[in-house]
Design a protein around this ligand. Structure first.
Ligand code: FES
Length: 604
C-alpha cells in the first residue's frame, strides 16, 4: 500500500472506530441510563475491546462528553441547514419542525441521551454548558423568525417570546411522548400540531397542512427529471447542498503532487479546497480560506509552496498541517487564540491514487463506496501512474452539469453519434453495472477502422504485462456518483468530473495518467488514444449544446428512453430520490422549489 494511502486509511479507520464508540455509548445510555453506563457496557455494545476507549477518549468522562458534543453538533448542523434552506420566516420554522420530527434526530436512543444529559446537567459544568447553549441557540433562532412573523401579522412584538416558548414546549412535549410511548408515536401528527399552532396564531401567513399536501399529491409526476430542473437556480441550490456537499469529489492524483509542499486546489459549490503534501509526505485537505478574513491562500490550480502557507492578504502564516503560527501585529488583536484559528480541515480519502475530499462527513466512507470497483481498477496500478504532460484541465462550460452525464450515461448514441468510437468498438460496446455502479465497456474491434487514428491505434496497441488478458484490448468507463467518470484504457487512464457553477455553467475538471513505459511507439499509441477521445469530445460538445438549448423549447418532449438507455433513467432516479421535487413535471412556482422539496421529503 502507498504510504499516503496507508495514512488516509488509518485516519479513516480511526474516525470509524471513534464513531463506533459514540454510537455504542448512545445505545448504552439509552438502555441503562447515564449513571449506569460503564466502559465495559459500551465496548460490549460496540463489540470492541475495553482498552480501545482509552485510546480514543482517555476516560469514561471524555467518552460521555464526546458523545454529547457529537449529538449537539448533529442537531445544530441539521437545524442550521433547515434554517438556511428555507426562504421566509414561516418556511424556516416549518423546516425546523420537520427536522425535529424526522427520523435522523427524532430517534428514541438519541432523545433518551439528550434527556439523560439534560437531567444530569446540574452535576457537570460541561454538560450544562452544551445543553443550555443548544437550547438557547435554538430558542433565539426561532424567536427571530417569530418576531418577523409578528411584525408581518401586526401582532404585538412582546408576544413573540410567549409564542416561541409555546412552540418550544410542543416540540419538547412530543419528544417526551416519543421517548415514553414510541409504539404509538405519530410523527406526522406531531408536525401537524406544530403547524396548527402556528396557523392559529398567524392564519394569514400559513396554509393548512392538509391543503399543501393535497396540492402536491395532485401534481403530475415525471419519470425522468423534467426540463425545468436543467435551468432552475433553486433546483441547482438543492443539488449543491444535497448532492455535492455530502458526496466525495475528486481533486486529483497523488502523483500530481509527489513532493513535500506540493499542492492542488479545487473551487467547488461555493467552497474552496487546498490539498497539500506536508514535509512528513502526508496529504491533507483544508478549506482554502484564511481564518483572518477569508482570503484565498492559493489561487493557482497547483504548485509548490514555501515551508509555510502565507496568506497573500495580510500575511497570516500557517504550518503545512494547518496550524496558525504567525500573525503580523499580533498584539493588536484582542484575545486572538492562535490554537483555535488553524486552517479548517476537510475529510480526505485516497483511493487507487486518486485524492477525494468531502465537505460534509455524513455518509459512506469512500473505500466502502468504491469497493465493488476494486477488483477491476486494481489491475491497472493507477496509484503508480504519472500525469501525462499537459493533460490536466479545469474549465467552465456553458451547460447544466446533468446534460453532460445524460450523454455519457448511454451508449445508444455511439453508432450514429461517434463514428470514430464506433469503428474502434465495432458492435462490442455495452452499458452495464457492477453492484449498481454504472460501468460501460467496449472491446477493440479487430476489423481495421477507416479513420487514420483508429486504424493506427488498433495496429500499434502493444501487450501490457500488468493487465490480464481480458483487459488487453478493452476500453471501460466507471461512472461514480454524482459526477465523475474514470475511463480505463490499456495504455492510460483518464478522469473527469463535473461540478455545477450555475444552472447553465459547469466546471469540468480532469486529467490523463499512465504508467512509465519507454517502449518504442508508446507515445504514438497514447497520442492516438487522445486523438480518438478528442474527436469524441468535439462530437459530444455539439450534442450537449443541442440538449441544453432544447430544454427551453416549448415542444421539448419528455425523453422516450429505450431499454439500452437505462443509465440515463437510473441517474435521474438517483437524483430524484435525493431531491424529490425533481419528480414534479411542472415547476412548483418561483421561490417554492426548496419549500416544496422539504414538504415532499416529509410527506414520504
Ligand atoms: Fe488572510 Fe488577512 S485574510 S491574512
Amino acid at each position: 500500500m502507498h504510504k499516503t494511502t496507508a495514512n488516509s486509511a488509518a485516519s479513516s479507520h480511526k474516525d470509524h472506530r471513534r464513531q463506533q464508540l459514540i454510537d455504542a455509548t448512545i445505545k448504552t445510555i439509552s438502555q441503562y441510563g447515564l449513571s449506569n453506563t460503564t466502559i465495559a457496557k459500551v465496548t460490549e455494545q460496540a463489540d470492541l475491546s475495553a482498552g480501545i476507549v482509552g485510546f480514543y477518549f482517555n476516560s469514561k468522562a471524555r467518552l460521555l462528553l464526546g458523545t454529547l458534543q457529537w449529538l449537539n453538533e448533529e442537531l445544530r448542523r441539521h437545524t442550521q441547514t433547515a434554517f438556511n434552506d428555507a426562504a421566509t420566516p414561516m418556511e424556516k420554522l416549518i423546516a425546523v419542525i420537520d427536522v425535529y420530527f424526522a427520523p435522523t434526530l427524532c430517534d428514541q436512543d438519541k432523545i433518551a441521551v439528550w434527556y439523560a444529559f439534560s437531567s444530569e446537567s446540574n452535576a457537570r459544568n460541561e454538560y450544562t454548558k452544551i445543553c443550555s447553549e443548544h437550547y438557547t441557540w435554538l430558542h433565539q433562532s426561532m424567536l427571530g423568525q417569530v418576531q418577523s412573523l409578528c411584525r408581518q401579522a401586526k401582532i404585538d412584538a412582546a408576544s413573540a417570546e410567549a409564542i416561541t416558548r409555546g412552540l418550544d414546549g410542543i416540540i419538547d412535549g412530543y419528544w417526551q411522548d416519543f421517548l415514553y410511548q414510541p409504539d404509538i408515536f405519530d410523527r406526522k401528527q406531531a408536525r401537524q400540531t406544530c403547524y396548527r399552532y402556528l396557523h392559529t396564531i398567524f392564519p394569514q401567513l400559513t396554509q393548512p397542512f392538509r391543503t399543501v399536501h393535497k396540492d402536491l399529491n395532485e401534481t403530475e409526476l415525471s419519470d425522468c427529471l423534467p426540463t425545468w430542473t436543467y435551468y432552475d437556480e433553486e433546483f441547482l441550490e438543492l443539488e449543491k447542498r444535497t448532492v455535492f456537499k455530502n458526496n466525495w469529489l475528486l481533486v486529483g492524483h497523488i502523483n500530481d503532487m509527489p513532493n513535500p509542499r506540493d499542492y492542488l486546489t479545487l473551487d467547488a459549490i461555493d467552497e474552496r479546497v487546498i490539498v497539500i503534501r506536508g514535509n512528513d509526505k502526508q496529504i491533507r485537505a483544508f478549506h482554502n480560506v484564511c481564518r483572518h478574513r477569508g482570503a484565498k491562500l492559493f489561487d493557482a490550480l497547483s504548485g509548490q509552496c514555501g515551508h509555510a502557507l502565507v496568506c497573500p492578504f495580510h500575511g497570516w502564516t500557517y504550518q503545512l498541517d494547518g496550524k496558525l503560527i504567525g500573525v503580523p501585529a499580533e498584539n493588536t488583536f484582542t484575545s486572538l487564540d492562535k490554537s483555535a484559528n488553524g486552517l479548517v480541515p476537510l475529510e480526505l480519502e485516497i483511493w487507487m491514487g486518486f485524492i477525494f475530499v468531502r465537505f460534509v462527513s455524513d455518509g459512506q466512507a469512500l473505500a466502502e463506496q468504491m469497493k465493488p470497483l476494486e477488483a477491476v481498477f486494481a489491475a491497472y496500478r493507477i496509484e503508480n501512474m504519472l500525469p501525462l504532460e499537459n493533460s490536466g484541465f479545469d474549465e467552465i462550460l456553458p451547460y447544466n452539469w446533468k446534460v453532460i452525464h445524460d450523454i455519457d450515461n448511454e451508449g445508444y448514441h455511439v453508432p450514429v453519434g461517434h463514428p470514430a468510437l464506433h469503428q474502434l468498438y465495432g458492435k462490442n460496446y455495452q452499458d452495464s453495472d457492477i453492484a449498481g455502479i454504472p460501468v460501460s465497456y467496449g472491446y477493440i474491434n479487430e476489423k481495421p477502422g477507416k479513420l487514420w487514428s483508429v486504424r493506427h491505434y488498433q495496429s500499434l496497441l502493444p501487450k501490457f504485462d500488468h493487465l490480464p488478458q481480458d483487459y488487453q484490448r478493452l476500453w471501460q468507463y466507471g461512472a461514480i456518483f454524482p459526477s465523475m467518470v474514470i475511463a480505463l484504457y490499456p495504455d492510460c487512464i483518464e478522469f473527469y468530473m463535473t461540478i455545477p457553477v450555475a444552472a447553465d455553467q459547469t466546471r469540468l475538471r480532469g486529467g490523463v495518467y499512465a504508467l512509465a513505459d519507454n517502449r518504442r511507439g508508446m507515445d504514438a499509441v497514447r497520442y492516438l488514444n487522445r486523438r480518438i477521445n478528442a474527436i469524441t469530445a468535439d462530437e459530444d460538445e455539439k450534442y450537449v449544446r443541442w440538449l441544453q438549448d432544447g430544454m427551453k423549447s416549448s415542444v421539448f418532449p419528455e425523453p422516450s428512453l429505450s431499454s439500452i438507455e437505462h443509465g440515463v433513467r437510473t441517474f435521474h432516479h438517483q437524483l430524484q430520490a435525493i431531491i424529490p421535487v425533481g419528480k414534479l413535471k411542472n415547476h412548483p412556482g418561483k421561490g417554492k422549489v426548496i419549500q416544496t422539496n422539504s414538504q415532499l421529503i416529509q410527506a414520504a
